[in-house]
Design a protein around this ligand. Sequence first.
Ligand SMILES: C[S@@+](CC[C@H](N)C(=O)[O-])C[C@H]1O[C@@H](n2cnc3c(N)ncnc32)[C@H](O)[C@@H]1O
Length: 207
Amino acid sequence: MTEPTPIPELLEELFTEADLRIADYMKANDGEADGFVASDFVAVHETLARLVAAGIPLGGSFCEWGSGFGVVAMIANHHGFDAHGIELQGDLVEAAEELSNDFDLEAIFVAGTFIPPEAKAREQADRFLWDDTGAADGHEALGVEIGEWDVVFAYPWPGEAWVVESVFEQGAASGALLITYEDGQGVRVREKMESGELRELDMEKQG
Ligand SMILES: C[S@@+](CC[C@H](N)C(=O)[O-])C[C@H]1O[C@@H](n2cnc3c(N)ncnc32)[C@H](O)[C@@H]1O
């Protein structure tokens, strides 16, 4: 087992404040919050820290697909990434912007969907758990193509992981990383190969 990575003070404070604001948000939404559940911020921080230690280029472009409170984009920004988040729900975009500003971080958030209109996954849109009909194209709102992201993070619901993988496989550049947090699987890191396939990286061997 790899030793736990120390958490910088600013991130400790960020996680504490995010937990408080998320608890208030859940209370205000009767505990349901329309599909928003926060991932394990400490585990994601440890993964990013290991990737950075292993030599992943700093200053790269990072996008959190379905960013919720945006904490993962903020962690990435703290690690030196040019970080963004795309989120369907406007109130969560506002909450993420407020949190990022309060911690003097520079993560950028837009309202919209991370699934572009031309995505192959749209052919099976009846299988989407979240109806994104009418949502703006988040990538267009950011003025960024999917192929420009160095790193994408997503915490999909169990039935929705295929959508994230399909959009990433179709649009990401080879060498781009897909980090996912999934219930029961923890944090996974996959790299897009030249063949278009995704290769799992063994995080125990990084850093
Ligand atoms: C399980 S939560 C994860 C939130 C955050 N990424 C985290 O790890 O704490 C998934 C989020 O994705 C958002 N979402 C679902 N489908 C989306 C889509 N097509 N485009 C953008 N956001 C989406 C939901 O509104 C929800 O906030």
